[in-house]
Ligand binder design. Structure first.
Ligand code: ADP
Length: 413
């Protein structure tokens, strides 16, 4: 009995370690697979008979049954093969990993069962090593596996394979890495500028008071840019993790247009843009007023900054019916500015995507504005889209679901 408990404890610790999605995967899992092979001899585990309750050797049979259940329920693939790579044992996760629709026959060749030449190659490495561990094995079909192979001596030349498909995690890891690289890049430019101008201020004794003021202005502008980047990153992160403090209530989005236009009227005047509310019909949506105000500010500010001097900007809001027949409220920011090419239109909602990098940076944007707009609108159950033509201008449209009971509309989005 003591031995049975020991084995169970080992199996449980392995099962727990294997349950971790990423990280300390390797706590002697080979032992478990070895156990599986030795004890079950590679028989079809699914068709195993229930353990005899009180028969002679019943304790041993029960122990085997428990261990088998454990290995069968693991979401880590456990595969055992003999020296010729013929199958000795495979748990359901292994069957799924190898994309096998049917339970394979014990004794079938691994290469005939699944096209994973990388696995055969790693198994061959066991000729000279007791174990092979790979945190990340990229397969030709695009999948990524985490893998451990253990050489077994019974039968001689056999091996146990433990594997997990970590394709999704690897993709997330890549996204995280790209994101960190992009943020570092965004930080570097203003920081370099701040340092450079600060050094000039300190060392350029011949600089006139006007030049010194210019240096200080540049430092201040870059500090503002960093501040905005930090704020937008915090907002984006809170949106992505579901922590953004939304306060939803029923409101009329038509009422939000004039205040947003008022905030940006001075910037529009400074840039020689004409900005006006074209229509502000009333509607009723379940929304967070501050978040929608932010959406409008982002879209209008973009129209001013990226549309170009002299652009006309129209802001409008009205109820409209979606193609699906559902009632929506349509918010629109249209400009007659530079426009966005069709290839770029598909990407402007991505984080840090800019059509013209130097121009956009010079305007002080964080490159996260439209990503925030997209997130906020989605949190309202709506969609945002852009249509644009180079040299003709752009139209950004947000459609928000009308609150139930709101008056239906006859116009279409
Ligand atoms: P930012 O404005 O900080 O650069 P955004 O995410 O708000 O970042 O916008 C991404 C990019 O989309 C901008 O850099 C710009 O190239 C382009 N863009 C957005 N709105 C417009 C517009 N109204 N007209 C032309 N280009 C635009």
């Amino acid at each position: 009995m003591k031995r049975a408990l020991l084995l169970l404890a080992l199996a449980a610790s392995v099962a727990l370690a294997l349950a971790l999605p990423w990280g300390p995967l390797w706590i002697g899992p080979g032992a478990l697979a070895a156990l599986a092979v030795r004890r079950w001899g590679g028989g079809n585990p699914r068709s195993a008979a229930p353990p005899p309750a009180a028969a002679p050797g019943g304790e041993r049979a029960q122990e085997t049954h428990r261990l088998r259940q454990m290995v069968e329920s693991l979401d880590t693939a456990v595969i055992a093969v003999d020296a010729d790579h013929r199958l000795l044992y495979l748990n359901p996760a292994g069957q799924a990993l190898l994309h096998l629709s049917e339970k394979p026959i014990v004794g079938a060749r691994l290469t005939a069962l699944a096209r994973v030449p990388e696995l055969a190659r790693e198994l061959d490495r066991l000729a000279t090593a007791a174990t092979v561990r790979l945190d990340r094995l990229e397969l030709a079909d695009g999948r990524v596996w985490q893998l451990e192979l253990v050489a077994l001596d019974d039968p001689p030349g056999s091996a146990a394979v433990l594997a997990r498909d970590i394709t999704g995690l690897a993709r997330l890891e890549n996204l995280r890495r790209d994101f960190i690289a992009a943020v570092s890049h965004e930080l570097r430019t203003p920081l370099t500028s701040i340092r450079g101008y600060a050094e000039l201020l300190r060392e350029d004794a011949a600089a006139s008071p006007e030049q010194r003021r210019e240096f200080v202005e540049t430092i201040a502008a870059n500090a503002r840019r960093l501040e905005r980047l930090a704020q937008d990153l915090v907002t984006l992160s809170s949106l992505e993790t579901g922590q953004y403090p939304f306060h939803f209530q029923l409101l009329d989005p038509g009422q939000l247009l004039a205040p947003a236009v008022a905030v940006l009227a001075p910037l529009a005047a400074e840039r020689g843009c004409r900005l006006r509310v074209e229509a502000a019909a009333s509607g009723c949506v379940r929304a967070d007023a501050d978040a929608l105000h932010r959406v409008l500010l982002n879209l209008i500010e973009n129209a001013i900054l990226h549309g170009g001097a002299g652009a006309e900007i129209f802001v409008a809001g009205r109820p409209a019916a979606l193609e699906s027949g559902k009632q929506a409220y349509r918010l629109e920011v249209r400009d007659t500015g530079a426009g966005i090419g069709s290839a770029d239109q598909a990407r402007v909602f991505e984080r840090f995507y800019r059509v013209d990098r130097s121009h956009a940076r010079a305007n002080g944007g964080s490159g996260l504005g439209l990503a925030l707009v997209k997130h906020i609108v989605r949190e309202h159950g709506g969609e945002v889209s852009v249509t644009s033509q180079l040299g003709q201008g752009s139209t950004f449209v947000c459609t928000l679901p009308q609150a139930p009971g709101a008056a239906p509309s006859s116009s279409h989005v």
